[in-house]
Write a protein that binds this ligand. Structure first.
Ligand SMILES: NC(=O)c1ccc[n+]([C@@H]2O[C@H](COP(=O)([O-])OP(=O)(O)OC[C@H]3O[C@@H](n4cnc5c(N)ncnc54)[C@H](O)[C@@H]3O)[C@@H](O)[C@H]2O)c1
Ligand SMILES: O=C(O)[C@H](O)[C@H](O)COP(=O)(O)O
Length: 381
C-alpha cells in the first residue's frame, strides 16, 4: 500500500483535512448524513462526524481499512462490525471536552446572573464524570462549588466519591448530564432521566444536557416541564436531532444545536487525533504538530480588560450562549425546513476559541479574579 495515493472519503465538516490528510491521497468531501455504501467502493479511509451511521451495511464490500470519527461520542459507530472486518478504528476521546466544560460554565454564569444567585452557593450534580465531566468537576471545584457526582461504571471500577442518581436528582440545584448514549449492558443511559425520576428534581433547579439527546426522554421532559416551569432547561442535544420538538424548544431557557463542543480548538484537535491514530495504524511517525494546525487556523482571541469586568463578563467574551440560543430559536421558524436549518447552524458555526487560547490584555485582574479565571481555563501570564 502506497501512502500517497489513498482514497479518503470524509465528512465535509471536518476541518484541517488538507493539512493533516492531504499528503496521503485524494480527499472526497461529502455531507455526513448522505455518505452511503456506493461512496466507499474505492475508499481506503473513511473519516466521519456524529451524523454518519457507520453500520455493517455502510462498509460492506468496501476496501476501507480505517475509520475515524472526529468526535468524542461513538454511538453512531458499529464497532463490532469494524472489528469483524478487521478495519482499524479511532475516535477522538476528550478532543472537545474543554469546549463542553466551558459551554457549561458560561451557561451557568448567565443563569446565575439572571436569577440573582451566586454559583458558589449552589450544589452542582454531574452525571457522567469522564473526560467532559472531570473537566467540569475541576473547574467548578476550583471555583469552590459543592459537587455531587454520579458515574456507576467508574464506581463499579473502584473509583470513590459518587452518589446514586436518585440522591443527586433530589439534592442538586444544578444537574449536568455528560454521559455517552448507551442502550445496552449494565449501565444504559438511554432515557436515564424519565417520567419516573424527573419529579425528584428540586424546585427551581437547572437541568442541562450536553451529552446526547436520548439520555433524557424528551416526551416525558416536555410533559413534566409543563407542570414544573420553575425548572430552567438548558439543552444542547435533542432526542430526534436534527429534528427538534418545537414545543420542547419553547420551554428551554437556552437551546442550542448540538454545539457545546464546537470550539475551533476542539474540532482541529479531533482531526489531529485521527491523523495520529491513522499514522499508528499504518506504522509511521506523525510529523505534524497540533499547535501548528491551530496556529495556521489563525483566529486569535484578544480580550482587552478595563478593570470593570467580573468572571462572567470575561467568560462571555469567549463564549456567549445567548447568541447561539437566538440563532437556534430563529431556526425553528418553519417546521418543514427546521432540520436542515439545524444542520446549517452547525455547518456555519462561527469560530469559537477556548479560554486557554484567549490573550488577556489591558488592566491586570486582581488576585481573586485571576484565580477564578485560572479555575475556568484561562492561562494568565
Ligand atoms: N454536546 C456536545 O457537543 C458534546 C461534545 C462532546 C461529547 N458529547 C457527549 O458527551 C459524552 C461524554 O463525553 P466524555 O468525553 O466525558 O466521555 P467519556 O467516555 O470520557 O466519559 C463518559 C463517562 O460517563 C460514564 N457513564 C457511562 N454510562 C453512565 C451512566 N449510565 N450513568 C452515569 N455515568 C455513565 C462513564 O463511566 C464515563 O466516566 C460523549 O459520549 C458524547 O456523547 C457531547
Ligand atoms: O461527540 C462529540 O464529540 C460531540 O457531540 C461533537 O460535537 C459532535 O459533533 P458532530 O460530529 O455532530 O459535528
Amino acid at each position: 500500500m502506497k501512502l500517497t495515493n489513498l482514497n479518503i472519503v470524509a465528512d465535509e465538516n471536518i476541518p484541517a483535512l488538507d493539512r493533516l490528510f492531504g499528503h496521503f491521497g485524494k480527499i472526497t468531501r461529502l455531507p455526513g448524513r448522505t455518505i452511503q455504501n456506493s461512496d466507499l467502493q474505492e475508499a481506503d479511509l473513511l473519516l466521519v462526524r456524529s451524523v454518519t451511521q457507520v453500520s455493517e451495511q455502510l462498509i460492506a464490500t468496501s476496501p476501507v481499512h480505517f475509520v475515524g470519527t472526529a468526535t468524542i461520542g461513538t454511538d453512531h459507530i458499529d464497532k463490532a462490525a469494524l472489528k469483524n472486518r478487521e478495519i482499524g478504528f479511532s475516535s477522538a476521546p476528550g478532543c472537545n471536552a474543554d469546549a463542553v466544560a466551558e459551554y457549561v460554565v458560561s451557561n451557568l454564569l448567565l443563569i446565575a446572573s439572571e436569577k440573582g444567585f451566586k454559583l458558589k452557593d449552589q450544589t452542582v450534580g454531574i452525571v457522567g464524570v469522564g473526560n467532559v465531566g472531570r473537566r467540569l468537576q475541576q473547574r467548578l471545584e476550583a471555583l469552590g462549588i459543592k459537587l455531587l457526582l454520579n458515574d456507576p461504571p467508574r464506581e463499579a471500577a473502584g473509583d470513590q466519591g459518587f452518589v446514586q442518581l436518585e440522591s443527586l436528582l433530589q439534592q442538586a440545584d444544578i444537574i449536568c448530564l455528560h454521559t455517552p448514549l448507551i442502550k445496552e449492558g449494565r449501565y444504559p443511559s438511554y432515557h436515564l432521566l424519565n417520567a419516573e425520576n424527573l419529579p425528584m428534581v428540586k424546585p427551581d433547579s437547572i437541568v442541562l444536557n450536553a451529552g446526547r439527546g436520548p439520555v433524557i426522554d424528551n416526551v416525558a421532559l416536555l410533559d413534566w416541564h409543563r407542570k414544573r416551569p420553575d425548572v430552567t432547561l438548558l439543552l444542547d442535544v435533542w432526542e430526534e436531532e436534527p429534528k427538534v420538538d418545537p414545543q420542547l424548544a419553547q420551554q428551554v431557557r437556552i437551546g442550542t444545536p448540538h454545539i457545546a463542543g464546537y470550539s475551533l480548538d476542539g474540532k482541529i484537535r479531533g482531526t489531529w487525533m485521527l491523523y495520529t491514530a491513522f499514522c499508528q495504524h499504518v506504522g509511521i511517525q506523525p510529523e505534524i504538530e497540533l499547535a501548528d494546525c491551530l496556529a495556521e487556523a489563525d483566529s486569535p482571541l484578544q480580550i482587552v480588560l478595563d478593570g470593570s469586568e467580573d468572571l462572567a463578563t470575561i467568560v462571555h467574551r469567549v463564549y456567549q450562549p445567548e447568541a447561539d440560543h437566538q440563532r437556534f430559536i430563529d431556526s425553528l421558524i418553519d417546521t418543514g425546513s427546521q432540520p436542515q436549518r439545524f444542520d446549517l447552524l452547525r455547518k456555519r458555526y462561527p469560530v469559537r476559541r477556548e479560554c486557554a487560547a484567549a490573550k488577556l490584555q489591558g488592566v491586570k485582574p486582581d488576585k481573586a479574579l485571576a484565580d477564578q479565571l485560572k479555575a475556568v481555563g484561562f492561562i494568565l501570564e
